[in-house]
Write a protein that binds this ligand. Sequence first.
Ligand SMILES: [Zn+2]
Length: 221
Amino acid sequence: MAEEVRGPDTTALDEVVTFTSELIRIDTTNRGGGDCRERPAAEYVAERLAGAGIEPILLERTPGRANVVARIPGTDPTAEALLVHGHLDVVPADPAEWTVHPFSGEVRDGVVWGRGAVDMKNMDAMVLAVVRSWARQGIRPRRDIVLAYTADEEASAEDGSGFLAERHAALFEGCTEGISESGAFSFHPQPGTTLYPIAAGSGAPPGSSSPPAAGPGTAPR
Ligand SMILES: [Zn+2]
């Protein structure tokens, strides 16, 4: 098929700003000790995935501490899957210390302001905007793309990635790499040097813990 030269998807550019602002307005401050409620942000994300024909599932270990997982099927079933994940909670912000209210999501001077604008509702929004753009344009990735929006990253992760790994590992079957914060941006240790960090991890081998009975799209909400 001939390569079609496309300009920027202006809808996606608009959406990424709107989604970042609106996610910032959903206060998901994580003060630790279980004092956080990500569910409204998880529902916001799930609605926008569903609007693109993607079937998200919401998973909670503790009521209100929702995670969202979805799988976009790739065109090559033999290809390994890629996990793209972001967290929905943010660290506390005291409005008295801010020139812009931290939960306003205000766009000022062409910049989105607020807690989570860089850690990491921005990436949550970018991922949403990209996969919705794919849906509009009929683009399918070669690999399966597994999306995860997690709770409780800023504290113990017991209600977030820890819970998903322990109880819902099957949702991540085939994922050999993941992209998220720290691996999702460059850093500059000295002028002229740009590094893209890669973290290597290891976990329990597949099958060593009891996987959930339900697979993608069928797990309980
Ligand atoms: Zn973060």
